[in-house]
Each structure stands twice: as C-alpha cells, then as structure tokens.
Design a protein around this ligand. Structure first.
Ligand SMILES: Nc1ncnc2c1ncn2[C@@H]1O[C@H](COP(=O)(O)OP(=O)(O)OP(=O)(O)O)[C@@H](O)[C@H]1O
Ligand SMILES: Nc1ncnc2c1ncn2[C@@H]1O[C@H](COP(=O)(O)OP(=O)(O)OP(=O)(O)O)[C@@H](O)[C@H]1O
Ligand SMILES: [Mg+2]
Ligand SMILES: [Mg+2]
Lengths: 255, 255
C-alpha cells in the first residue's frame, strides 16, 4: 500500500518544497519508489524537477476529471516520478466552492491509482489552509509539518494540527500528523536552538530526531534542477535529508 | 493624502511581515504616521505588535461591514497604529465568491478613512493571490514586493507583476508596483548576490537600492513584541530598514 504524506504548513517558506523534493530523492536512493504530487500553483517542485511544459498538470483532475495516472511524469531522479502543478491551479481554487464534495475530488483520484506502483506519495502543498490543502488532507493518511526554526513559525504549527484534527473528525478518520520537522536550523544562533527546544517541549515525540540545518547548497540546488543528492551529495543538506529519510523509513509498518 | 502600499508576494516567507512591521516603525521614527493593516489570517504582524484580543479584527469589514476606523488599535511604537487580523479571516475567504464586488469591499472602507490621519497605510498580505490579496490590490495605489534572495523566489515576482497588471487594467487604474526589495540577503553567499543581480538585471529601477540583509536579530524581535528599532537599534536589521524607509520617503511626491 502506498504511504501517502501531505507536506503541509500555511506558514510561508517553512521548507515544504525543499523537503518534498529532497526527501523524495533520498527515499529513492533507498530503493523506494516515490510519487511527488505538486499541489502548489507556484509549481516550485515541478520547476525543480525540470518538468518542461507541464500543461495544466494536476489542475486537470479538478477541471476536466482526467485520471491521475495520465498526468504522471518521469524525472531524472532514481525512483521518483512527479504529477506536476501549474499556475492553472490558481483557477481551480476560484471555481470550486467550499463544500465537502469539492474537498474530496483529489481523494477519489488517488484511490484509483495502482497501489503497487509506488511506496510513497508526497504531496507538496501551497502555504494556505484552502481548498487545495483540504483536498490533500482528505487524500492522504499522514501529515509532515516542516517548521522554520524562527519565532514567527511557532503559532502556525498548532493551526495545522487543529485543521488536521477537524478533517480527521469529519472527513478522513485515518489522517494523522506523523512528523514535525525543524527546518532551516541555523546551528550558530541561539534563536534557532531555542525555537527547536520549544518545538520539542510542546510536541514531544512528533518532532523528528533529525533537524535540517540551514545550508546554502539546498537553496542553490533548484537553480541546477537537481535534488541535493545529485547537486552536492556531501553537503550538510544531503546528509540531513538522508538522515530524515532513514527516520521516515524506520517508521514504516512491517508487512 | 495617505500613501497606501500593499506588501505582497505569494511566495511564502519572502519577508512581507518583517518588512511591514519594521518599515512602519522606521517611517514612524521619521515622524510619519503609519497605519498597518494586517490582512493575513496568520496574524503575524498583529502578534508582533502585541495586540491582545484582536477579536475578529479586520474580518468584520468582510462579514459585518464595520467601519475600519473602529478597528484601529494603538501600538507602543511611535507613529504606528494597526488594524489587526485574526484567524477568522480564513472564514472570510471561504464565504466570499470570486467576483468583482467581493474584491472591492476593502477599497470602499479604505476610501472612507479620514485622509489626514495617516501618511502611510501598509497592508501585510497573506502568501496567496486570493480574494484577500485582490482586495488589498484594489484598495491601494502601490505595491511593494519583498523577495528572498534565493532561486526559488525568482519566478514569483513575474507572477505578482502580472496580477498587478491585470487588476490595474480592469479594476484599479492607479495601481502600480513601486518597489521590489531584496530580503534576507546573506552577503557571505555567492548565491544571494547572484539572485540579487538577477533581480536588478530583470527589473532595473524597480529594485530598491537598499538590500535587507539576513540578520538573526530580525528573527528574534517578534519574540520580544518589538520592532527592530526598539529591540536592537544598532543591528544590521535596524540599519537596513531605516535605509529602506529613507529611500521610500525620498519617493514621496512633493505637495
Ligand atoms: N535547509 C535550508 N537551507 C537553506 N535554504 C533553505 C533550506 N530549506 C529551504 N531553504 C530555502 O528557503 C526558501 C523557502 O523554502 P521552500 O520554498 O522549500 O519553502 P516552502 O514552505 O515550500 O515555501 P512556500 O510556502 O512558498 O511553498 C527557499 O528559497 C529555499 O531554497
Ligand atoms: N532579514 C532577515 N533576517 C533574518 N530573518 C528574517 C529576515 N527577514 C525575515 N526573516 C525571518 O524569515 C521568516 C519569514 O519572514 P516573514 O514571516 O516576514 O515572511 P512573510 O513573507 O511575511 O511570510 P508569509 O508568507 O508566511 O506571510 C520569519 O521567520 C522571519 O523572522
Ligand atoms: Mg513550496
Ligand atoms: Mg507574513
């Protein structure tokens, strides 16, 4: 069965896309087959994988009802495929109305995907708690919350957890937050260490052991259209995301 | 007449809130009276100014049609007042429909504000190009776009400019992008310098002379509920935002 994880935080710049792309690559290095679903009209993950001409990408399932399988694109990254996003997604949020059936569209299509083709599905969400994000939360079973190690990022975590809880109660009983990942941790600053300590004290075991350190190589990698594992395999960024992938794999349920 | 500026970028974590709060404080130091309007359901600017119990804040104009003046709160910061946001704003985006009249609500209320009470109105926007942001763009005359000095931030600038142009053409002929501000510039990295050079080559005079450098004091200030001018007046963050304020004041039209 596919392990489906939404990467979610309405706080902007928390490291969602950087985590989606690099965690996917590290899981792929470990022999896992990963489907990345880009649900953000900004299409940062799509650009990062160098997808040319995504057309309307995943917008098609909201507008034309195309099957997801037809939208899957290969990438140059071992084990990783992508369902691209595009700016057209912005329009999907405008035409859909806020009602349960609009929130369940993605879930229907995800349920029709062949279960044996991928081990992981990672959904990169936009920085909102809007309709696209709601669709992600109904389509997946787990939520990974990346959190920038800064004070302004702290209140948003409770808000995500509350949204997850609301959706779990009413529309997706299997949904749970599985990991909170401290990101962009600048180990030289007391501020970052304090924020991470605050996360650990507040959320306990939900917080990953691994912390993703601030590393400019992670910011440079997108310009080269490569995940960190290919762009700079020895960087701190690569080490940290590999360690995160190991931690996530260790949480896989035995068959 | 109030100089009204929307601080906008749908790319998350580009420095919108950090710019709204600290630019307001620096303008206030210069004897300008500044009204900050927090239009983000995350209410980061509201929290930063230490506003207790904002209630529904600015949501009231979308839902109950309360006059803006009744929502204004004083702050401890010289020259600065705030119209707070709250998580209720999330609900406003759900109930409003995407049509011109829903996009003009904020503008009507802003037009009714007393013109002599403030010199500047800065609107802190959420990381979206949704209904709240559209309301901001119809209510103001200028747009300031903060841009993080990283590759992933680059495509978003064109998207903001295109949205501004669409709104200018159809719904607000006075609207224009007045400044693009490079933010979180880490001067030690070539990457940041390259991204800033790319911004200058692409957008020319729209890009501010001043670049806001990465400075952990700016990330710490919100925890102390103080703008950088009060939290650490000698920091690079304070110097850079003061320089930005001077540049913005220099662009004021003579009476
Ligand atoms: N560990 C890191 N070290 C250095 N830079 C990083 C790191 N993680 C992310 N970044 C950079 O920080 C910025 C924000 O990261 P990213 O775009 O992944 O966040 P996001 O949550 O997806 O943003 P959005 O809310 O806009 O979707 C990007 O410019 C990215 O390159
Ligand atoms: N020049 C800077 N130096 C250090 N940290 C900064 C700087 N500017 C912003 N930050 C930090 O970067 C993060 C993102 O900044 P900020 O919240 O202002 O961006 P934003 O565009 O308002 O985000 P959102 O899209 O969520 O509204 C915050 O944690 C903030 O404290
Ligand atoms: Mg992203
Ligand atoms: Mg903000």
């Amino acid at each position: 069965e596919v392990r489906s994880i939404a990467i979610l935080n309405q706080k902007g710049g928390s490291g969602k896309t950087t985590t989606a792309v690099n965690l996917a690559a590290c899981l792929g290095e470990n022999g896992r087959r990963v489907l990345v679903m880009d649900l953000d009209p900004q299409a940062s993950a799509t650009d990062w994988f160098g997808v040319e001409n995504p057309g309307r990408g995943i917008t098609d399932i909201f507008v034309d009802r195309a099957p997801l399988l037809e939208l899957v694109r290969a990438t140059d990254v071992l084990g990783v495929a992508i369902i691209p996003a595009s700016a057209w997604l912005q329009g999907a949020e405008k035409v859909l109305r806020w009602e349960p059936k609009s929130m369940k569209i993605l879930g229907h299509y995800v349920d029709e995907l062949p279960q044996h083709q991928w081990d992981y599905m990672l959904v990169d969400c936009p920085p909102t708690l809007g309709l696209l994000t709601a669709n992600a939360l109904i389509a997946v079973k787990e939520v990974l919350i990346p959190v920038e190690a800064h004070h302004l990022a702290l209140p948003g975590v409770d808000r995500v957890i509350a949204s997850v809880e609301t959706l779990r109660a009413h529309l997706n009983h299997e949904l749970r937050v599985s990991t909170i990942v401290p990101c962009r941790v600048d180990p030289r600053t007391r501020h970052a260490r304090r924020v991470v300590a605050e996360l650990r004290s507040r959320y306990g075991k939900l917080v990953s052991q691994v912390e993703i350190r601030e590393n400019v190589r992670l910011a440079e990698a997108p310009a080269h259209k490569q995940p960190i594992t290919l762009f700079d395999s020895r960087s701190k960024g690569a080490k940290d995301y590999r360690a995160l992938a190991s931690e996530i794999i260790a949480a896989e349920r035995p068959l």
